[in-house]
Design a binder for this molecule. Structure first.
Ligand code: HXC
Length: 258
């Protein structure tokens, strides 16, 4: 499919989405987010894809929602147009794992988009921030909610109230990012990790994603019960038989994703 604001690629059971509005530092206009949603839906429906990566450019993952698009919005434009939820929702609801590979700026909606993904790999050049307060608005795509869950209340308050950006090292130390890698290796390392994930049994990968997300949506007991049910259900999979047979036979497992 031809897109205007993004590029897509498929390799080693991984779907790569590259945000491609370089002149605007990948500012997230509606058209771009519509395309991200469509590409995610496409990869989700594709049996040949087991993991998805979203990345930007060297200078910016995304510098935020498109300010020129929003600046004259009325309340009704925002409310009736269902701004944000309408076309951002797919990132959250995608059932296959989505990894954000972030270099340069991830600000405002850019930081929120990264946080909607299942994990963030950061280049050593990455800068995360919620500078909305400087524009007379506030984060609107999860910044005030996902940030405290990821890095705690103190740092989330600091970032949202002072607009301070944090670098990759602080982001990793604080729990926002899974790995920091040299900028020139960011996409390759993220694609390698995604290919590893995609080589495992897809239903198991999806179950693990669901279980980990449960940790954020429920009490510990509910989460443990959910995990146990999924664990029991795994014994219905051909891939469980194959994985354990391969271990016993001392050979590599050949998962069929069923
Ligand atoms: C529209 C943007 C933009 C944005 C940058 N640009 N960010 N356009 N929306 N969010 C444009 C600039 O206007 C400029 O266009 C070009 O990209 C290059 O940016 P510069 O500012 O010249 O680059 P630089 O000096 O390197 O500074 C980089 C920057 C700065 C620090 C990232 O651009 C910046 O502060 N951007 C805004 C960041 C921000 O406030 N984000 C939050 C947005 S609100 P021209 O035409 O002049 O070359 C938000 C709300 C989320 O995200 C709510 C839910 C979705």
């Amino acid at each position: 499919m031809e897109y205007t604001y993004i590029l897509t690629e498929k390799k080693d059971r991984v779907g790569l989405i590259t945000l491609n509005r370089p002149k605007q530092l990948n500012a997230l206009c509606d058209g771009l987010m519509d395309e991200v949603g469509a590409a995610l839906a496409d990869f989700e429906a594709d049996d040949g894809i087991g993991c998805i990566v979203i990345t930007g450019s060297e200078k910016a993952f995304a510098a935020g929602a498109d300010i020129t698009m929003m600046k004259d919005f009325s309340y009704m434009d925002a409310y009736k147009g269902d701004y944000i939820t309408r076309n951002w929702e797919k990132v959250k609801t995608c059932r296959k794992p989505v990894i954000a590979a972030v270099a340069g700026f991830a600000l405002g909606g850019g930081c929120e988009l990264a946080m909607m993904c299942d994990m963030i790999f950061a280049a050593d050049t990455a800068k995360f921030g919620q500078p909305e307060i400087k524009l007379g608005i506030l984060p609107g795509a999860g910044g005030t909610q996902r940030l405290p869950r990821a890095i705690g209340k103190a740092k989330a308050m600091d970032m949202c109230l002072t607009a301070r950006m944090i670098g990759a090292e602080e982001a990793e130390r604080s729990g926002l990012v899974a790995r920091v890698v040299p900028a020139d290796k960011l996409v390759d390392e993220t694609l390698a990790a995604a290919a590893t994930i995609a080589s495992f049994s897809l239903p198991v990968v999806m179950m693990i994603k669901e279980c980990v997300n449960r940790a954020y949506e429920s009490s510990l007991n509910e989460g443990l019960l959910f995990e146990r049910r999924e664990f029991h259900a795994a014994f219905a999979l051909a891939d469980q038989k194959e994985g354990m047979a391969a271990f016993v036979d001392k050979r590599a497992a050949a998962f069929k994703h069923e």
